[in-house]
Design a protein around this ligand. Structure first.
Ligand SMILES: [Zn+2]
Length: 291
């Protein structure tokens, strides 16, 4: 088997990349030939791992969704009014949760319950689900939520909490370090020129979207960074098929400072193709596997 000079398909998975912000800031590289808003109404709750998992398998795993629904009842990842109510509650609770007593209590709760992020981080491999990587000769990925990537761990959650309490630097540094590591991995995979499918994932716009949504100019610099890296990939591999996809956007809830997941996602293609739901990525990618 000989491999084509360039990767056949490059998927850039940008967690939390927001359709409205890409449009507002006119990020041309990210917008590509065609871009669109994807509908998430088929997903009962909008949380990261099940949505990414559905892109890789072509279907929503309702058993995995159930794991999240239980947590959503406590943590509140629901859409619309419920999300608003929770945000208001969050504002009231923040001083307590960031106090010493509050932090201690959260630590106890964290140790008591199996966190769904960790529990569902590798569900596709654990359940031996058929996925897009199996259809390619030499696929590459740097870990996708649902497929081996633990997007949230106790340290990250702890730092996130500190950030909500006003101490942002350690959280931001952690996220940037993580992003740099992911970027290095992408560039090295691309340079090898031996992979037929590349699926790159970064969570920078989700993680920093949560804390910077009410400060658009700060958030914008990270969107510009993504726009720049997309430009580099496109310049280097102009004949590759490039898809850019997110699992949801971020929106400011009420008058709160913090961002939560919005009920739409982003998609763009270098080919002019569009999809309207994240799980349709599976069929789209498979359509090109023999070209
Ligand atoms: Zn996400």
């Amino acid at each position: 088997m000989t491999y084509s000079e360039h990767p056949k398909i490059i998927i850039l998975g940008i967690d939390g990349l927001d359709y409205l912000l890409v449009k507002k800031w006119q990020l041309k590289n990210i917008m590509q030939k065609t871009y669109c808003k994807m509908d998430l109404s088929d997903y009962k709750i909008i949380v990261t791992p099940p949505i990414w998992g559905s892109m890789l398998t072509g279907k929503i795993d309702y058993e995995i969704m159930k794991t999240w629904e239980k947590t959503a009842k406590i943590v509140g990842f629901k859409r619309g009014i419920e999300q608003n109510r929770l945000a208001k509650l969050g504002i009231k609770l923040t001083p307590f949760l960031t106090s010493r007593v509050g932090k201690g209590l959260l630590k106890i709760l964290e140790n008591m319950s199996k966190n769904p992020f960790e529990a569902t981080a590798n569900y596709i491999n654990v359940k031996k689900e058929k996925n897009i990587f199996q259809f390619f000769e030499k696929p590459w990925n740097n870990g996708v939520p649902g497929y081996g990537r633990v997007d949230s761990n106790p340290l990250k959650r702890q730092l996130h909490l500190q950030a909500i309490g006003g101490e942002e630097k350690p959280f931001v540094n952690y996220i940037i370090k993580d992003y740099k590591n992911d970027k290095t991995q992408l560039l090295s995979a691309l340079n090898k020129q031996e992979h037929d499918l590349i699926f790159w994932y970064t969570s920078i716009t989700d993680s920093l979207g949560h804390i910077y949504i009410s400060r658009p100019l700060t958030l914008m610099q990270y969107y510009l960074e993504i726009n720049e890296i997309v430009g580099k990939v496109k310049d280097k591999y102009p004949s590759s098929i490039i898809y850019i996809i997110s699992d949801h956007g971020m929106e400011r809830v009420g008058l709160g400072r913090w961002g939560m997941h919005s009920n739409y996602a982003f998609f763009s293609s270098s080919t002019g193709e569009i999809i309207s739901k994240p799980y349709e990525l599976y069929d789209l990618v498979l359509k090109h596997k023999n070209i």
